[in-house]
Design a protein around this ligand. Structure first.
Ligand code: SAH
Ligand code: DHB
Ligand code: MG
Length: 224
């Protein structure tokens, strides 16, 4: 099956099920106009994040890797009144574009964009007692995925969901000899998930306009 067909079906699904939305469309337009890379989740993945957060009844959401805030908008719209989302972004320009996009979406009150490298910010989030988070979405630098999964365990509770983007990497993830730090990060994450009794995980492959990739969904469980 060709990537063209997968992408065409993804468009078909989006057109059938995901009506065009002024705030999401504006976020994509302003991100592109500001020169941000077009590496946000697809509309169908964004809506899946939204549905998982709603099904979860998530009141506190942590996102690592904001870009222009496209996935942030999908997630934040799942929050009930009084819910909060914190999203971490290392690039000042990305954070600025995201803040504008979130304001335009009417979400400035419930979303906080924290600027800095996630590994520098996460200790403060723990110390401030901003958790436990009901859902964590990991979508920043890929070599640090294992570290972000370990941080997620400290910042969640049994029953929380941890979702990790980009864990197939055009299939390169199956190569044990890969020297690509992104692939090594993803492979270490699989080892961590396999041996961590507090995480019950699976991974789903995706194909779309960004190519062949996938995401992990992990449920935080009490230690057996
Ligand atoms: N979640 C977004 C896409 C994120 S792209 C969406 O789907 O809409 C990855 C983002 O992670 C980029 O904006 C990049 O600047 C940011 N990033 C990279 N390294 C980071 C780090 N160490 N800490 C925080 N953010 C980082
Ligand atoms: C790429 C895709 C992503 O979803 C991401 O978070 C980072 C990079 C990419 O295709 O390069
Ligand atoms: Mg991603």
């Amino acid at each position: 099956m060709s990537q063209e067909l997968w992408t065409a079906v993804d468009h078909f699904i989006s057109e059938a099920l995901i009506p065009s939305d002024p705030a999401l469309d504006a976020a994509l337009e302003s991100s592109a106009a500001s020169g941000l890379p077009s590496i946000q989740v697809s509309p169908s993945q964004g809506k899946l994040l939204h549905l998982m957060a709603r099904a979860q009844g998530a009141r506190r959401i942590l996102e690592i890797g904001t870009l222009g805030g496209y996935s942030t908008i999908w997630l934040a719209r799942a929050l009930p009144p009084g819910g909060r989302l914190i999203t971490l972004e290392a690039d000042p320009k990305h954070a600025e574009v995201a803040r504008a996009n979130l304001s335009r979406a009417g979400l400035a009150g419930e979303v906080e964009v924290r600027l800095g490298r996630a590994l520098d910010i996460l200790p403060g989030i723990l110390a401030e007692g901003l958790g436990p988070f009901d859902l964590v979405f990991i979508d920043a630098d890929k070599p640090n995925i294992p570290a972000y999964v370990r941080w997620s365990l400290r910042l969640t509770r049994p029953g929380s969901l941890v979702i990790v983007d980009n864990i197939v990497r055009t299939g390169a993830v199956i190569d044990p000899t890969s020297t690509d730090p992104n692939v090594i990060g993803a492979r270490e994450m699989y080892n961590l998930l396999a041996k961590e009794p507090r995480l019950c995980a699976t991974a789903i492959q995706t194909v779309g306009s960004k190519g062949y990739d996938g995401f992990v969904v992990a449920l935080v469980a009490a230690e057996p």
